[in-house]
Design a protein around this ligand. Structure first.
Ligand code: SAH
Length: 234
C-alpha cells in the first residue's frame, strides 16, 4: 500500500484534544462551514427528507445547525464538553443535559427543540443500540483525526451505524506524511478501500487544492482535500 511514513505509530491522547479546546488551539474549526458539504449536499440527501445524520468527532461544526434547520435530525459525538457547549452558545440554541445510562460518565446535550443530540464521550463508547442507525454521515476532521492504529476499529464501528441505502460523505487530506506528523493524518485511497470497500460503493467526488500558509508553516509544499461518497446499498 501507500506509505504513511512515521504517522502509523503516532498517538494523540484524549487529554491532548481537551487541552486543544481549553487553549483555543482549534485551527480545524470552520466558522463558515465547509464548502464541500454545501456543494455535495444533494449527493448526501439524494432527494430524501427528515434524515438522521451523524457527525462523528463533531467539534462545534456549524453544519449541524444548518442540517437541523432543514428538518433533519442530527447526532454528534465529541470528547470535549467545552466544544459542545460552545456550539450551543454560539448559535444561541437552548439545550438540556442528561446522563447516558449505557455509558458511565457520558452526557447527552440535546437541543430543546429535540433535533440536535450531541453525545459527550468517546466515539468508541457508542453502538447502534445506543444511537441507532443513520441515513447520512458527514465525516470531516474525523477519520483523519483518528489515531492511525484505531482506524480499523473506527471504520468497523461506522459500518455498524449505517442504515441500508445510506450515504457517507468522507473528507480526507493528502500531503507528504514524512513532512508533518498530523493530525490531520494522511489517509491514502488504498486504505479507504481496505477499510470500507467490502461494505459499500466508494467514489471519489473531488480533489481540492487547499494549500495555505498554515500548511507551508507545517513544512509542506502541497495539501489537498479529497472527498469521497460511500454508498451503503441495500
Ligand atoms: N469534525 C470537526 C472537529 C475536527 S477535530 C470539524 O471538522 O471541525 C477532531 C475532534 O475530535 C476534536 O474536537 C476532538 O476533541 C475530537 N475527538 C478526538 N478523539 C475523539 C474520540 N475518540 N471520540 C470523540 N471525539 C473525539
Amino acid at each position: 500500500g501507500t506509505d504513511i511514513g512515521s504517522q502509523k505509530d503516532r498517538v494523540v491522547t484524549e487529554e491532548e484534544w481537551l487541552q486543544r479546546w481549553a487553549t483555543g488551539n482549534i485551527g480545524f474549526h470552520k466558522e463558515q462551514g465547509h464548502p464541500l458539504l454545501r456543494k455535495y449536499l444533494d449527493v448526501l440527501l439524494n432527494g430524501r427528507r427528515g434524515l438522521r445524520i451523524f457527525f462523528p468527532l463533531c467539534g462545534k461544526a456549524v453544519e449541524m445547525k444548518w442540517l437541523a434547520a432543514m428538518g433533519h435530525s442530527v447526532v454528534g459525538v465529541e470528547v470535549s464538553e467545552r466544544a459542545l457547549k460552545e456550539f450551543f452558545a454560539e448559535h444561541s440554541l437552548p439545550y438540556r443535559e442528561e446522563p447516558v445510562p449505557e455509558i458511565s460518565g457520558a452526557k447527552k446535550l440535546q437541543s430543546t427543540s429535540g433535533n440536535i443530540s450531541l453525545y459527550c464521550c468517546s466515539i468508541y463508547d457508542l453502538s447502534s443500540s445506543i444511537v441507532g442507525k443513520f441515513d447520512g454521515v458527514w465525516d470531516r476532521g474525523a477519520l483523519v483525526a483518528v489515531n492511525p492504529c484505531d482506524r480499523q476499529r473506527y471504520a468497523s464501528l461506522m459500518i455498524t451505524l449505517m442504515e441500508k441505502n445510506s450515504s457517507y460523505l468522507l473528507v480526507t487530506v493528502s500531503y507528504d506524511p514524512n513532512k508533518h506528523k498530523g493530525p490531520p493524518f494522511y489517509v491514502p485511497e488504498s486504505e479507504i478501500k481496505s477499510l470500507f470497500g467490502n461494505h459499500c460503493e466508494i467514489k471519489c467526488l473531488q480533489k481540492v487544492d487547499d494549500f495555505s500558509d498554515k500548511h507551508r508553516q507545517w513544512g509542506l509544499d502541497y495539501f489537498l482535500e479529497v472527498l469521497y461518497i460511500l454508498k451503503f446499498v441495500a
